[in-house]
Write a protein that binds this ligand. Structure first.
Ligand SMILES: Nc1ncnc2c1ncn2[C@@H]1O[C@H](COP(=O)(O)OP(=O)(O)OP(=O)(O)O)[C@@H](O)[C@H]1O
Ligand SMILES: [Mg+2]
Length: 743
């Protein structure tokens, strides 16, 4: 957990002069302002013994403060930035200014220094949010987002195209068809040239009589019709292949993406909004489709077309071809200017969409809360705001298009004028036949089309590439290690669980659990007790390896969970989550969720064990009752019992019950407890409950406080000890008496 940036040589030298060989460096970071607050750079180095502040310029100026000399370290926000304030015991406070883009980094530095000063600990977050591109330094469109300026276009194109690989024969056929299409496109001007030069304006009398020439004209016209028909046919075949391919390929991309999403860790989801991820599956993959359907095939055709036409034209009259190309640099320059601006707008467009769908997802998922607090108007306003933003961007995009096309058609129009002027003079001078000039003019219109289009394909490419990069980001994110070949297989788990000095925090700089040590033999039931937010759920999350520990280890049957095959681990752990979640479908389907292939008898047995059978059969449709989206058609207690049944049916070696009985009445809870008592035989069980009486069955109770284990023992041992647990029980009893409940 170190934050070490690359230092320039001059600075390394200065730092090395101060440090002693055995010192351990924790932090080495740069500022973007000098000590006077002007643009410049200073370096802050933190070791286990001291802090050093070193400017880049100048020989001296290195300030060296021993850790024990520190009085306090904090950051102070200022306009457009902030400063690190290093208060010293015997000297004036040191101020290290930085701009706002580095605020997060320096708040970690301050936190690290405070930890070192107060205790000998050191935890800081080293994976800071990136606001700037690490390559070009530009501001990123979103935190940790993708820098569109640095998209490796060719590589991305290659990756997109690699989705075509399984269908390569069709792709090759498509390319062949394109070639024929292009040839059939290039031929007609040659025919018309022949007609003008040899039929209408024959050079001499040897060309034949009018009747003979009319026959030739007839043949030429037949040829033209033949070419047209060929082209139509090819277009049909081409369209057919493209639609087949693009549907397949986008379906492939979507399922690839979704398979990845399912395999990503919970940590990945903690950091992202579900709606924004959904827009990657729906919108971004659609953008790829647009690119593959409208972009890639035409890109190939049009490029070949341009090359083909230029070759023909150069062979006909190279000087005139050069004249025709005069506006092309202008077209290209204009295209570049335009696309640079469009890229930014497209980016905003993408973000606008992501924000809108994230908001939509959250608001609809939380519709009960919205209604309960009568906040419909506020949600509508929020949505309107995002929608208006999106509308503005769309409007801007459309206006830019308008200007773009106007300028483009003006430039290409200029090309036409130049051809008629230069070509006309050549015809008058007798250096060029009229047929060649008309052919030239036809080619010119043929070439400007693809040229203009090439400008447009850039937009598709930019947009599709940004979408592709967002998709590839998910695909490239490290999945959970389901296929780790090194992992130990543990198909017959005994259920011994050991916490070995486990330290863990969702945010690495703020540990939730500190050095938790606990040894649970197979079959024992542990009750986890503690105040809300103390880390009970976190503790059990670590057993199922939803998160990896930061320090220490969790071992099951003596094997570190990080080395156990994930499938073996999770298939032998049954969890009843604190917030039960059911999928829409029937009750039977939900109970059988973790055990595909379970018979209805087995499902019913599990439901009986979880004390759910009675309420299920009381429903009109019994086990076929539809639970509604997220199980919303059931009561909280019913949902809980179904999720207990689901865990029971899974027949786990390790059972985790997180507040499994919090939403049921005392009576039902007693019944469930009896069921659980039967159930926990031969299984290692971790039960969390706020109602402490629930945990009477537990072999041992583990009391957490401040992220540490403060007491371990049986119910009576802990009561005798009159410690934290005793206080909790006392408090709960007093409260129960006040509201008149006796348990
Ligand atoms: N996904 C998360 N990301 C960041 N912080 C989290 C996350 N989940 C929990 N926390 C924080 O970790 C701490 C411990 O949470 P935990 O859910 O383990 O508490 P708990 O003991 O189960 O509380 P409760 O009894 O209320 O369920 C809390 O301060 C909480 O805010
Ligand atoms: Mg909890």
């Amino acid at each position: 957990m170190k934050l070490l940036e690359q230092t320039p040589d001059a600075v390394s030298q200065k730092i090395q002069n101060v440090l002693t060989p055995e010192e351990e460096e924790f932090i080495r970071v740069s500022t973007d302002l000098d000590s006077d607050g002007n643009f410049g750079e200073q370096w802050v180095v933190v070791t286990d013994k001291r802090v050093i502040v070193a400017p880049v310029e100048g020989v001296d100026g290195v300030v060296d403060v021993p850790i024990r000399e520190l009085a306090a370290v904090q950051t102070e926000p200022l306009v457009g930035g902030g400063r690190l304030e290093i208060e010293r015991k015997n000297q004036a406070t040191l101020f290290v200014p930085y701009s706002s883009s580095l605020a997060e980094k320096f708040s970690e530095v301050a936190r690290g220094l405070e930890q070192l000063r107060q205790q000998d600990e050191f935890f800081i977050k080293t994976e800071l949010d990136q606001t700037r591109c690490s390559k070009c330094g530009r501001l990123l469109p979103e935190k940790n987002g993708i820098c569109t300026a640095c998209i490796r276009r060719l590589a991305t194109l290659g990756r997109i195209a690699s989705y075509l690989k399984p269908y390569k024969w069709r792709a090759i056929l498509m390319a062949l068809v394109s070639l024929v299409t292009i040839s059939s496109e290039l031929a007609p001007p040659q025919v018309s040239r022949y007609i003008v030069d040899n039929v209408f304006l024959p050079p001499d009398e040897t060309a034949g009589t009018v009747a003979q020439r009319a026959t030739i004209l007839g043949w030429c016209i037949l040829g033209l019709i033949g070419l047209r028909v060929l082209r139509w046919g090819m277009e049909l075949v081409h369209g057919w292949i493209v639609s087949w391919l693009s549907a397949r390929v986008t379906a492939d991309i979507r399922s690839h993406l979704y398979r990845r999403l399912e395999m990503l860790s919970i940590q990945f989801y903690d950091q992202r909004r579900v709606g924004a991820l959904m827009s990657r599956v729906t919108r971004d993959s659609d953008m790829l489709r647009e690119f593959l359907v409208d972009g890639l095939p035409y890109l190939v055709i049009n490029t070949l077309m341009i090359v083909g036409i230029l070759c023909v034209q150069f062979s006909m009259h190279w000087q005139l071809t050069l004249c025709m190309l005069i506006p092309v640099p202008l077209v290209i320059i204009w295209g570049r200017i335009f696309w640079r601006r469009m890229r930014r707008i497209f980016n905003k467009h993408g973000q606008g969409w992501a924000h809108l769908s994230a908001r939509l997802n959250e608001a609809l998922a939380g519709i009960h809360v919205v209604k309960a607090f009568a906040q419909e108007d506020r949600e509508i306003k929020e949505f309107e705001k995002k929608n208006t933003d999106l509308m503005r961007i769309s409007k801007r995009t459309a206006r830019h298009w308008l200007v773009f096309f106007a300028v483009m058609s003006f430039l290409t129009g200029c090309g036409g004028v130049i051809i008629w002027l230069a070509g006309g003079l050549e015809v008058l001078g007798g250096n060029l036949t009229l047929g060649t000039l008309t052919a030239f003019s036809s080619y010119m219109w043929l070439i400007y089309g693809p040229l203009e289009w090439l400008g447009r394909v850039n937009s598709w490419m930019t947009r599709a590439f940004a979408g592709a990069e967002r998709i590839f980001e998910v695909i490239d994110a490290a999945p959970e290690a389901y296929n780790d070949p090194e992992a130990t297989s543990l198909t017959e788990m005994k259920g011994q669980v050991a916490f070995k000095d486990v330290t863990f925090g969702y945010d690495k700089s703020k540990p939730v659990l500190h050095e938790v040590a606990l040894n649970v033999p197979p079959g024992e039931m542990i009750g986890l007790v503690g105040k809300s937010g103390v880390g009970k759920t976190t503790t059990v999350n670590l057993i199922a390896r939803f998160y990896d520990v930061d320090r220490g280890a969790i071992e099951i049957d003596g094997v570190d969970v990080r080395n156990i095959r994930l499938e073996d681990l999770r298939s032998q752990i049954g969890i009843v989550l604190q917030e039960p979640f059911l999928f829409s479908g029937t009750i039977a389907e939900n109970i059988g969720y973790g055990s595909p292939g379970a018979t209805l008898e087995e499902v019913m047995e599990a439901a009986q064990a979880a004390n759910a059978h009675n309420f299920i059969v009381a429903k009109a449709d019994g086990y076929d009752t539809n639970v509604g989206e997220r199980g919303n058609n059931l009561s909280g207690g019913e949902k809980q019992r179904i999720s207990i049944a689901r865990a029971i049916l899974h027949d786990p070696r390790i059972l985790i019950l997180d507040e499994a009985t919090s939403s049921v009445d005392v009576e039902t809870e007693k019944e469930i407890q009896e069921a659980v008592a039967r159930l926990i035989k031969n299984r290692t069980t971790f039960a969390i409950a706020h109602r402490l009486s629930t945990l009477r069955n537990a072999d041992r109770l583990v009391v957490l406080d401040g992220g540490r284990i403060v007491e371990i023992g049986t119910h009576s041992e802990l009561m005798d000890r009159k410690g934290v647990f005793y206080d909790l029980v006392e408090l709960q009893q007093q409260t129960s008496e006040i509201i008149g409940i006796r348990e």
